[in-house]
Design a protein around this ligand. Sequence first.
Ligand code: NI
Length: 171
Amino acid sequence: MTHTITKYGQPVLEQRAEAITEFDTPELHKLVDDMFDSMYAARGVGLAAPQIGVGKRIAVIDLTTGEDPAQKIVLINPEIVSREGSQTSEEGCLSIPTFREPVTRAQKVTVRAKDASGKEFEMTGEDLLARAFQHETDHLDGTLYISHVSPLKRDLIRRKIRKLQKIGEWG
Ligand code: NI
C-alpha cells in the first residue's frame, strides 16, 4: 500500500522517532512493505518511516529504485558505528521536493541495524550508499538535510517553501 509522503513543515519530520521493540510481527512486515511501495511510487532511493507519518525508527533504501530486489535494504533502529572521509554532492529529499543542495557527508560509513525479523547486522557503504545511510538515520533523529547547508541557504529554502504553502502548492 502506498502512502502520501509527508512534506517539510509537518512536525513528525522533526521529531525523534521511537525505537522498534517488537520484531517479526505482521504489522512490522506490512509497514516495511508499505515503505518500499511508497518510496518506489515517489521514485526515491531512500525513505524513513516519519516520511509516511510514522514516528518509528525504520528506514528503507534501494539505490536501484526497484530494479534489483536483492539490493533492498531495511534498517530498523539503525546506528552509525563508523564514519570515514568526506564527500560533497547534491542531495534532495522526498519531503522537500524540487529542492537540491550540496551536502558534505562522510564518504564511507558502517551502520548497525536490525532487519524486520529482529536479526542484527552491520553493513558498510561508500559514496551514494554512505550518503543514504546518513540521510536516512538523520531522518529518524528528526534532522533534515537542510540542517547541513548554510543558514543563509536554509533560510532561502524556508522562505520559498512558505510562499508555496501560501499558494497551496505544498502538501
Ligand atoms: Ni529524506
